[in-house]
Design a protein around this ligand. Sequence first.
Ligand code: B1M
Length: 219
Amino acid sequence: MEKILIELQQAIESGETQIAMDKTKEALNHGIRTEKIIQTAINPAFKDLGQKMFVGEIYVTDVLMASRAAHAAMYVMEPILSRSTGTSRGIVAIGTVAGDLHDIGKNLVIMMLQGSGYTVIDLGIDVPTETFIDAIRMHKPHVLALSSLLTTTLPELDNIMDVLVEQGLRSQVKVIIGGAPVTAEYAGRIKADAYADDLFEATEAVGDLVNNRIGKYTI
Ligand code: B1M
Protein backbone atom coordinates (compact mmCIF):
# COMPACT_ATOMS: atom_id res chain seq x y z
CA MET A 1 0.00 0.00 0.00
CA GLU A 2 2.80 2.39 0.97
CA LYS A 3 4.44 1.64 -2.41
CA ILE A 4 1.45 3.13 -4.29
CA LEU A 5 1.70 6.34 -2.26
CA ILE A 6 5.44 6.62 -2.87
CA GLU A 7 4.82 6.13 -6.60
CA LEU A 8 2.06 8.75 -6.49
CA GLN A 9 4.38 11.22 -4.77
CA GLN A 10 7.07 10.54 -7.38
CA ALA A 11 4.56 10.94 -10.24
CA ILE A 12 3.44 14.32 -8.86
CA GLU A 13 6.99 15.53 -8.33
CA SER A 14 7.95 14.60 -11.88
CA GLY A 15 4.75 16.07 -13.31
CA GLU A 16 3.42 12.81 -14.75
CA THR A 17 -0.28 13.57 -14.89
CA GLN A 18 -1.57 10.24 -16.20
CA ILE A 19 0.50 8.21 -13.74
CA ALA A 20 -0.67 10.48 -10.89
CA MET A 21 -4.29 9.80 -11.85
CA ASP A 22 -3.70 6.05 -12.20
CA LYS A 23 -1.89 5.81 -8.86
CA THR A 24 -4.65 7.79 -7.11
CA LYS A 25 -7.28 5.43 -8.54
CA GLU A 26 -5.15 2.44 -7.50
CA ALA A 27 -4.79 3.84 -3.98
CA LEU A 28 -8.54 4.39 -3.66
CA ASN A 29 -9.21 0.89 -5.04
CA HIS A 30 -6.94 -0.48 -2.32
CA GLY A 31 -9.10 1.28 0.26
CA ILE A 32 -6.58 4.00 1.09
CA ARG A 33 -8.48 6.99 2.44
CA THR A 34 -8.31 10.41 0.76
CA GLU A 35 -6.90 11.92 3.99
CA LYS A 36 -3.97 9.49 3.86
CA ILE A 37 -3.38 10.18 0.14
CA ILE A 38 -3.21 13.93 0.83
CA GLN A 39 -1.04 13.64 3.92
CA THR A 40 1.28 10.89 2.71
CA ALA A 41 1.69 11.68 -1.00
CA ILE A 42 0.48 15.16 -2.02
CA ASN A 43 1.77 17.21 0.94
CA PRO A 44 5.25 15.59 1.02
CA ALA A 45 5.55 16.03 -2.77
CA PHE A 46 5.16 19.80 -2.41
CA LYS A 47 7.31 19.99 0.70
CA ASP A 48 10.08 18.35 -1.28
CA LEU A 49 9.45 20.52 -4.37
CA GLY A 50 9.44 23.63 -2.19
CA GLN A 51 12.87 22.75 -0.79
CA LYS A 52 14.26 22.00 -4.26
CA MET A 53 12.75 25.24 -5.59
CA PHE A 54 14.30 27.17 -2.72
CA VAL A 55 17.83 25.93 -3.46
CA GLY A 56 17.38 26.36 -7.22
CA GLU A 57 17.53 22.65 -7.96
CA ILE A 58 14.29 22.86 -9.94
CA TYR A 59 12.47 25.69 -11.72
CA VAL A 60 8.99 27.21 -11.63
CA THR A 61 8.08 25.29 -14.80
CA ASP A 62 8.86 22.00 -13.02
CA VAL A 63 6.62 23.03 -10.14
CA LEU A 64 3.86 24.02 -12.58
CA MET A 65 4.00 20.54 -14.15
CA ALA A 66 3.85 19.02 -10.66
CA SER A 67 0.85 21.24 -9.83
CA ARG A 68 -0.96 19.93 -12.90
CA ALA A 69 -0.28 16.36 -11.82
CA ALA A 70 -1.51 17.14 -8.28
CA HIS A 71 -4.70 18.70 -9.64
CA ALA A 72 -5.21 15.53 -11.73
CA ALA A 73 -4.89 13.41 -8.57
CA MET A 74 -7.30 15.76 -6.76
CA TYR A 75 -9.73 15.45 -9.70
CA VAL A 76 -9.84 11.70 -9.12
CA MET A 77 -10.54 12.21 -5.40
CA GLU A 78 -13.02 15.03 -5.90
CA PRO A 79 -16.20 12.90 -6.05
CA ILE A 80 -15.26 11.42 -2.66
CA LEU A 81 -14.02 14.58 -0.96
CA SER A 82 -16.93 16.67 -2.26
CA ARG A 83 -19.68 14.14 -1.66
CA SER A 84 -22.55 16.38 -0.58
CA THR A 85 -24.58 15.62 2.51
CA GLY A 86 -27.78 17.22 1.20
CA THR A 87 -28.86 20.58 2.60
CA SER A 88 -26.27 23.33 2.90
CA ARG A 89 -24.67 23.89 6.31
CA GLY A 90 -23.62 27.40 5.35
CA ILE A 91 -22.07 29.54 2.64
CA VAL A 92 -18.32 30.09 2.36
CA ALA A 93 -16.70 32.53 -0.10
CA ILE A 94 -13.07 31.63 -0.66
CA GLY A 95 -10.16 32.96 -2.68
CA THR A 96 -6.41 33.39 -2.87
CA VAL A 97 -5.50 37.02 -2.22
CA ALA A 98 -4.26 39.55 -4.79
CA GLY A 99 -0.77 38.91 -6.12
CA ASP A 100 -0.86 35.22 -5.22
CA LEU A 101 -1.37 32.44 -7.76
CA HIS A 102 -1.16 29.42 -5.44
CA ASP A 103 -4.36 27.39 -5.40
CA ILE A 104 -3.62 23.72 -4.71
CA GLY A 105 -4.23 24.07 -0.96
CA LYS A 106 -7.25 26.32 -1.47
CA ASN A 107 -8.77 23.77 -3.84
CA LEU A 108 -8.28 20.98 -1.31
CA VAL A 109 -9.94 23.14 1.36
CA ILE A 110 -12.87 23.70 -1.06
CA MET A 111 -13.32 19.99 -1.74
CA MET A 112 -13.31 19.20 1.97
CA LEU A 113 -15.81 21.98 2.73
CA GLN A 114 -18.12 20.85 -0.06
CA GLY A 115 -17.85 17.28 1.17
CA SER A 116 -18.81 18.49 4.63
CA GLY A 117 -21.98 20.09 3.27
CA TYR A 118 -21.04 23.75 2.78
CA THR A 119 -21.92 25.79 -0.30
CA VAL A 120 -18.63 27.19 -1.55
CA ILE A 121 -18.20 30.21 -3.79
CA ASP A 122 -14.72 29.95 -5.28
CA LEU A 123 -13.44 33.37 -6.26
CA GLY A 124 -10.21 31.91 -7.64
CA ILE A 125 -6.64 33.18 -7.41
CA ASP A 126 -5.10 36.68 -7.40
CA VAL A 127 -8.43 38.02 -6.13
CA PRO A 128 -8.61 41.82 -5.70
CA THR A 129 -10.08 43.11 -2.44
CA GLU A 130 -13.08 44.61 -4.29
CA THR A 131 -14.01 41.15 -5.58
CA PHE A 132 -14.13 39.80 -2.00
CA ILE A 133 -16.27 42.79 -0.99
CA ASP A 134 -18.63 42.35 -3.97
CA ALA A 135 -18.96 38.64 -3.16
CA ILE A 136 -19.95 39.43 0.45
CA ARG A 137 -22.61 41.88 -0.74
CA MET A 138 -23.91 39.54 -3.43
CA HIS A 139 -23.79 36.10 -1.77
CA LYS A 140 -23.96 37.01 1.93
CA PRO A 141 -21.60 34.20 2.96
CA HIS A 142 -21.38 33.15 6.61
CA VAL A 143 -17.63 32.84 6.22
CA LEU A 144 -14.98 34.58 4.13
CA ALA A 145 -11.98 32.27 3.67
CA LEU A 146 -8.70 33.83 2.57
CA SER A 147 -5.64 31.94 1.39
CA SER A 148 -2.12 33.36 1.12
CA LEU A 149 0.99 31.34 0.32
CA LEU A 150 3.53 34.12 -0.04
CA THR A 151 5.01 36.28 2.70
CA THR A 152 4.73 39.16 0.22
CA THR A 153 0.94 38.73 -0.02
CA LEU A 154 0.35 38.37 3.74
CA PRO A 155 -0.34 42.14 4.10
CA GLU A 156 -3.28 41.65 1.71
CA LEU A 157 -5.06 39.78 4.51
CA ASP A 158 -4.63 42.74 6.83
CA ASN A 159 -5.76 45.08 4.07
CA ILE A 160 -8.95 43.06 3.45
CA MET A 161 -9.77 43.15 7.19
CA ASP A 162 -9.41 46.96 7.15
CA VAL A 163 -11.64 47.32 4.09
CA LEU A 164 -14.29 45.09 5.69
CA VAL A 165 -14.38 47.49 8.64
CA GLU A 166 -14.38 50.58 6.41
CA GLN A 167 -17.26 49.22 4.33
CA GLY A 168 -19.31 48.35 7.44
CA LEU A 169 -19.25 44.64 6.55
CA ARG A 170 -17.10 43.25 9.36
CA SER A 171 -20.01 42.20 11.58
CA GLN A 172 -21.76 40.47 8.70
CA VAL A 173 -19.12 37.87 7.95
CA LYS A 174 -16.69 35.65 9.87
CA VAL A 175 -13.17 35.52 8.48
CA ILE A 176 -10.81 32.53 8.40
CA ILE A 177 -7.29 32.79 7.04
CA GLY A 178 -4.78 30.12 6.06
CA GLY A 179 -1.80 29.17 3.91
CA ALA A 180 1.82 28.27 4.62
CA PRO A 181 3.10 31.62 6.02
CA VAL A 182 -0.06 32.34 8.04
CA THR A 183 0.07 31.80 11.80
CA ALA A 184 -2.45 31.94 14.63
CA GLU A 185 -0.48 34.87 16.00
CA TYR A 186 -0.88 36.77 12.73
CA ALA A 187 -4.60 35.93 12.62
CA GLY A 188 -4.95 37.40 16.10
CA ARG A 189 -3.01 40.50 15.14
CA ILE A 190 -5.26 41.31 12.16
CA LYS A 191 -8.39 40.31 14.13
CA ALA A 192 -9.46 37.43 11.90
CA ASP A 193 -11.95 35.00 13.49
CA ALA A 194 -10.06 31.78 12.81
CA TYR A 195 -6.84 30.33 11.47
CA ALA A 196 -6.24 26.86 10.06
CA ASP A 197 -3.13 24.95 9.15
CA ASP A 198 -4.71 22.44 6.77
CA LEU A 199 -7.96 21.40 5.11
CA PHE A 200 -9.12 19.39 8.11
CA GLU A 201 -8.62 22.22 10.60
CA ALA A 202 -10.20 24.63 8.11
CA THR A 203 -13.36 22.53 7.91
CA GLU A 204 -13.60 22.22 11.69
CA ALA A 205 -13.04 25.96 12.10
CA VAL A 206 -15.71 26.85 9.51
CA GLY A 207 -18.17 24.62 11.42
CA ASP A 208 -17.41 26.56 14.60
CA LEU A 209 -17.70 29.94 12.87
CA VAL A 210 -21.03 29.11 11.20
CA ASN A 211 -22.43 27.95 14.54
CA ASN A 212 -20.93 30.82 16.55
CA ARG A 213 -18.90 28.39 18.62
CA ILE A 214 -15.51 28.92 20.18
CA GLY A 215 -13.33 26.11 18.90
CA LYS A 216 -9.77 24.88 18.72
CA TYR A 217 -9.00 27.09 15.72
CA THR A 218 -11.06 30.18 16.46
CA ILE A 219 -9.28 33.26 17.71
CO1 B1M B 1 5.40 28.94 -5.18
N1 B1M B 1 6.30 29.51 -3.54
N2 B1M B 1 5.99 30.58 -6.05
N3 B1M B 1 4.60 28.20 -6.76
N4 B1M B 1 5.29 27.36 -4.27
C1 B1M B 1 6.11 28.60 -2.34
C2 B1M B 1 4.90 29.03 -1.51
C3 B1M B 1 7.51 28.82 -1.60
C4 B1M B 1 7.44 28.57 -0.08
C5 B1M B 1 8.58 27.92 -2.29
C6 B1M B 1 9.97 28.13 -1.74
O1 B1M B 1 10.64 29.06 -2.10
N5 B1M B 1 10.42 27.25 -0.89
C7 B1M B 1 7.83 30.30 -1.99
C8 B1M B 1 7.28 31.37 -1.05
C9 B1M B 1 8.33 31.98 -0.17
C10 B1M B 1 7.73 32.98 0.73
O2 B1M B 1 6.92 33.77 0.39
N6 B1M B 1 8.19 32.92 1.96
C11 B1M B 1 7.23 30.38 -3.37
C12 B1M B 1 7.62 31.32 -4.35
C13 B1M B 1 8.79 32.19 -4.00
C14 B1M B 1 6.98 31.42 -5.60
C15 B1M B 1 7.29 32.39 -6.73
C16 B1M B 1 7.60 33.84 -6.32
C17 B1M B 1 8.44 31.77 -7.55
C18 B1M B 1 8.95 32.59 -8.70
O3 B1M B 1 8.23 32.97 -9.58
N7 B1M B 1 10.23 32.86 -8.64
C19 B1M B 1 6.00 32.32 -7.59
C20 B1M B 1 4.94 33.34 -7.11
C21 B1M B 1 3.75 33.35 -8.02
C22 B1M B 1 2.62 34.12 -7.39
O4 B1M B 1 1.85 33.56 -6.65
N8 B1M B 1 2.54 35.41 -7.68
C23 B1M B 1 5.55 30.93 -7.27
C24 B1M B 1 4.85 30.14 -8.17
C25 B1M B 1 4.45 28.84 -7.92
C26 B1M B 1 3.78 27.98 -8.97
C27 B1M B 1 2.80 28.75 -9.85
C28 B1M B 1 4.86 27.36 -9.83
C29 B1M B 1 3.15 26.85 -8.09
C30 B1M B 1 1.67 27.11 -7.71
C31 B1M B 1 0.72 26.36 -8.61
C32 B1M B 1 -0.68 26.33 -8.06
O5 B1M B 1 -0.93 26.53 -6.89
N9 B1M B 1 -1.59 26.08 -8.97
C33 B1M B 1 3.97 26.97 -6.80
C34 B1M B 1 4.03 25.95 -5.79
C35 B1M B 1 3.30 24.67 -6.10
C36 B1M B 1 4.71 26.14 -4.57
C37 B1M B 1 5.03 25.11 -3.47
C38 B1M B 1 6.18 24.25 -3.98
C39 B1M B 1 3.90 24.21 -3.02
C40 B1M B 1 2.60 24.93 -2.58
C41 B1M B 1 1.51 23.89 -2.51
O6 B1M B 1 0.68 23.80 -3.38
N10 B1M B 1 1.57 23.04 -1.47
C42 B1M B 1 5.44 26.06 -2.25
C43 B1M B 1 6.43 25.41 -1.29
C44 B1M B 1 5.74 24.81 -0.08
O7 B1M B 1 4.67 25.20 0.31
N11 B1M B 1 6.38 23.87 0.52
C45 B1M B 1 5.75 27.30 -2.94
C46 B1M B 1 0.65 21.90 -1.32
C47 B1M B 1 -0.66 22.35 -0.70
C48 B1M B 1 -1.56 21.14 -0.47
O8 B1M B 1 -0.35 22.95 0.54
O9 B1M B 1 -0.78 25.27 -0.35
O10 B1M B 1 0.25 24.92 1.95
P1 B1M B 1 -0.68 24.48 0.88
O11 B1M B 1 -2.16 24.41 1.48
C49 B1M B 1 -2.48 23.79 2.71
C50 B1M B 1 -2.37 24.73 3.91
O12 B1M B 1 -1.50 25.81 3.72
C51 B1M B 1 -3.78 25.12 4.20
O13 B1M B 1 -4.54 23.98 3.79
C52 B1M B 1 -3.95 23.45 2.61
C53 B1M B 1 -4.26 22.01 2.47
O14 B1M B 1 -3.92 21.28 3.63
N12 B1M B 1 -4.40 26.26 3.55
C54 B1M B 1 -5.47 26.85 4.13
C55 B1M B 1 -4.13 26.87 2.39
N13 B1M B 1 -5.01 27.86 2.19
C56 B1M B 1 -5.85 27.87 3.24
C57 B1M B 1 -6.94 28.67 3.55
C58 B1M B 1 -7.61 28.42 4.75
C59 B1M B 1 -7.21 27.43 5.61
C60 B1M B 1 -6.13 26.63 5.32
O15 B1M B 1 -8.66 29.13 5.15
C61 B1M B 1 -9.06 30.18 4.38
